[in-house]
Design a protein around this ligand. Sequence first.
Ligand SMILES: [Fe+2]
Length: 245
Amino acid sequence: MAMAVKAGFPTNRWMVDFHTHVLPQMDDGSRDVQQSLLMLSASREQGVGCVIATPHYYAHRETPEAFLVRRDRAEQQLRGAMENQTFPELRVGAEVRYYEGFGHTRMLERLKIHGSNLLLLEMPFVCWNDRMLGEIRFAQENLNCTVVLAHIERYLRYQRDPQLWEKLGQMQLLIQASAAAFLSLSTRGKALRMLRTGKIHLLGSDCHDLSGRPPNLGMALDAIERRLGEEPLERLHQLHHRMLK
Ligand SMILES: [Fe+2]
């Protein structure tokens, strides 16, 4: 991964925010360039070294081509405003909403996180069945990607299959959890357990703005370090750098 550790940030804090809505006017995230800059500043202040912009992609609303035109424009706007200032590295991807047959849409290859093989996928908020898992397997082959399941903590309450984790473990996919899961008293214990047992591979703030859903990855890293020590952070750090070229 082509980035140097900046002075002032301990190495284990040079982390990647894998899930954000910082691109201006793309979705229900940042409303304009100014808000995007403030979100990036907040991330930098928390020691985040790389922010991945993952605007929502909904196939029922637009084609991947139309999405890419909008995303390129938003990215250019934001990069223009970032010039001559210090911000985390910015990369683009998408948060693709699952739909039946998504693995057949070859253009989704272009929605992978830049400089990686990762496709962030938002799954349905229902109990997943084997057909859905099969779709993911097919997509991984046909789109030549590694699927990342977005914000895993939000689906857990719907799952009923006692073998789900075993099945997911055999699929070579990655699992992203939200920073917020480590900050709320009601979800923290479970999130820490999942991280400790290797069920969580990537972290993201899923930030949409500066107040309701703000950049909070640094706070989650602090919470993790206080309870589990440095080992899981170092493990995440190593994995993140292997995933991004
Ligand atoms: Fe999101």
